[in-house]
Design a protein around this ligand. Structure first.
Ligand code: MTE
Ligand code: MO
Length: 376
């Protein structure tokens, strides 16, 4: 019989650490490309839309998209609660209905730009989207179940199943009880006004505004309350900020501030270098943070040597949605490197040196957009 140990993955005894680091001169592997082709990013020109159309929103799916039936799907709530609950999707739809605009960003966004890079989903900067999620708040359901006073973590289990670094598992992520009870956390069954698409978690997913993507468990089928810290793979092994493989690290939680430039002009097919005509050019983009509202965006047109303030547009989506900004640039002939730097109300900003960690998480290094200003 074949076991998970026979797969071309590290043995279970080696899995406490993060994924391997690429050699200094190692290009993107076929395995990384295979992941990149499954899990696409937002085309950067789609930063023009305040609400990201569902088909342009980034995707991250660890295993396979499971085959679930909205008519028969149920959610169970059990563990350290006074009464276990099982609710159907129809029952969830009868509960109070809330719609929120929420920016989702994968914790691995920026990973492939790190030196050395962790070999995993090789994101550049495009693992982000800002959708409108509709569902019912989680907290009242947890209160109805009656969380035990000694409860510590709430574990969310998806219906997808796979093997990761030798560990066979359902996709599971836990939140500390206090975070699970935050009023903004939703059990979402719609995205942009339509039932969830299969790839975004149909028929039910968790939305944890402000947190990196891994917390927003898709294909949600059960919620279990624990009286001790959850030791599952995605909390205890993956999604930790560590400096080396032996470092226990700290959990990845909220989204670090980031601004992205919507690339101006038109692209060269292969390099994606932008071609812009000389003269006035409005440079714009989006900025967000999961810690606190964005208070400033600065723009560079010389690769970070100098910075100028951008104008923030009026917020359009509440505390957890990205915000548009713009900057009037006079493009002079020649080569330029554009970028933007966001600062939030907590004082967090974006580094100009890479914030390196072993798993390549939360890398909010300033983006580099290569522009060639060429007369017609
Ligand atoms: N069940 C389940 N939920 C999941 C995942 C997964 O693989 N399985 N991926 C997570 C990660 S890492 C991210 S970044 C987000 C991506 O959500 P999206 O594909 O809707 O953009 O879903 C999260 N929820
Ligand atoms: Mo992610």
């Amino acid at each position: 019989m074949t076991t998970v140990d026979d797969l071309n993955v590290p043995a279970v005894t080696e899995v406490s650490g993060p994924s391997r680091l690429a050699e200094p001169d190692e290009g993107i592997t076929t395995e990384e490309l295979q992941l990149a082709a499954r899990n696409h990013g937002i085309p950067l020109e789609a930063l023009r839309y305040d609400v990201t159309p569902a088909g342009l929103h980034y995707l991250l799916i660890h295993y396979d998209i499971p085959d679930l039936d909205a008519q028969t799907h149920t959610l169970t709530i059990d563990g350290a609660v006074e009464r276990s609950l099982t609710v159907s999707l129809a029952e969830l739809r009868e509960r109070p209905r809330v719609t929120r605009r929420v920016t989702l960003e994968c914790a691995g966004n920026g990973r492939a730009l790190l030196h050395p890079r962790a070999v995993s989903q090789p994101w550049l900067v495009e693992a982000v989207g800002n959708a409108e999620w509709t569902g019912t708040p989680l907290a009242p359901l947890l209160r109805e179940a009656g969380i035990a006073p000694e409860a510590v973590d709430v574990v969310f289990t998806g219906a997808d199943h796979g093997v990761e670094r030798g560990v066979e598992q359902d996709f599971q992520r836990a939140l500390p009880v206090a975070d699970a009870l935050r009023e903004e956390v939703l059990l979402a069954y719609e995205m942009n006004g339509a039932p969830l698409l299969p790839q975004h978690g149909a028929p039910l997913r968790l939305i944890v505004p402000g947190w990196y993507g891994m917390a927003h468990v898709k294909w949600l089928r059960s919620i279990s309350v624990l009286t001790e810290t959850f030791q599952g793979y995605q909390n205890a092994s993956a999604y930790r900020l560590r400096q080396n493989a032996d470092d226990p690290g700290v959990p990845v939680t909220r989204i670090e501030p980031r601004a992205l430039v919507r690339p101006p002009g038109f692209p060269d097919f292969m390099s994606r270098t932008r071609v812009v005509r000389p003269g006035p050019c409005t440079v714009d983009g989006r900025a967000w943070s999961g810690h606190a509202p964005i208070v400033a965006v600065e723009v560079t047109t010389d690769g970070g040597a100098t910075w100028a303030p951008a104008t923030l547009d009026e917020p359009t989506g509440g505390d957890f949605a990205w915000r548009r900004w713009h900057y009037e640039w006079t493009a002079q002939p020649g080569r330029h490197v554009l970028g933007a730097r966001a600062t939030d109300a907590s004082g967090r900003t974006q580094p100009v040196e890479q914030p390196w960690n072993r798993g390549g998480f939360a890398n909010n290094l300033v983006q580099r957009v290569e522009v060639a200003v060429i007369p017609e």
